[in-house]
Design a protein around this ligand. Structure first.
Ligand code: C5P
Length: 226
């Protein structure tokens, strides 16, 4: 059996990481966090002193990086050259610079090919695999069995992101975070269309919905595709 592939895209704070993890757990399948791959390349380049504006050098790094991306939803670890950087890639300075890697058009096809291999490999071995990102429904796996775009209002996305980061209830801190998230979405959308659903992609507006409701909707789409 080839296994069922599920593609979930959306902007920051759309809830796609949590929803993807819960869907993967419910199906006892695998998970692929493609954003973690862009973050790992950014981390590696900064660690190795590779200039993120040097497009060829960053593409070479993406090609050569010794990256092990876990697909177990219970704890998908990110290991680069034997070092566990699962926590490090979530740091502010990586979030701030990861779009420089993601908008490098030499890098994208290299990572997209790796992502496709991982998604279809994990789906085949586990029966199901959920891949989440910005271009999974359109470029990495337009042939996925289930394709979903999660959206949410800006206010809702900022509220979720603030809760996730455990930000203090300070207007200035929150405004700075909102600026960073919106700028990253704007930079990222120059290379991937993740604000409107492509043909055949199910758009789910999660504004005002609880996580469990969204998970249930995705599981219903999976059941219909099986
Ligand atoms: O999802 P997450 O916020 O961890 O993604 C980090 C960054 O990786 C995004 O801001 C974007 O620049 C890049 N990315 C991408 N394509 C994907 C997933 C993530 O360009 N499929």
């Amino acid at each position: 059996a080839e296994g069922i592939t599920i593609a979930i895209d959306g902007p920051a704070g759309s809830g796609k990481s949590t929803v993807s993890r819960l869907v993967a757990e419910a199906l006892d399948g695998g998970i692929l966090d493609t954003g973690a791959m862009y973050r790992a390349v950014a981390w590696w380049c900064l660690d190795q002193g590779i200039d993120l504006t040097d497009r060829d050098a960053v593409a070479r790094a993406a090609e050569e990086i010794d990256l092990d991306l876990g697909t177990d939803p219970a704890g998908a670890t990110v290991v680069v050259a034997g070092t566990d950087i699962t926590a490090e890639i979530r740091a502010q300075h990586i979030s701030q610079r990861v779009s420089e890697v993601a908008t490098n058009t030499l890098v994208r096809p290299i990572l997209q090919r790796r992502q496709r291999d991982l998604l279809f490999g994990a789906a085949a071995s586990r029966g199901f695999c959920v891949a989440e990102g910005r271009d999974i429904t359109t470029v990495v796996a337009p042939d996925a069995h289930v394709r979903v775009l999660l959206t949410a209002s800006d206010e809702e996305r900022m509220r979720r992101r603030a809760a996730e980061l455990d930000l203090e209830d300070n207007e200035e801190t929150r405004a700075r975070m909102a600026d960073q998230v919106l700028r990253r979405d704007r930079d990222d959308s120059a290379v991937s269309e993740f604000l409107t659903a492509a043909d055949g992609v199910e758009a789910v507006d999660t504004t005002g919905l609880g996580i469990e409701d969204v998970v249930e909707q995705v599981l219903m789409l999976v059941a219909a595709a099986e």
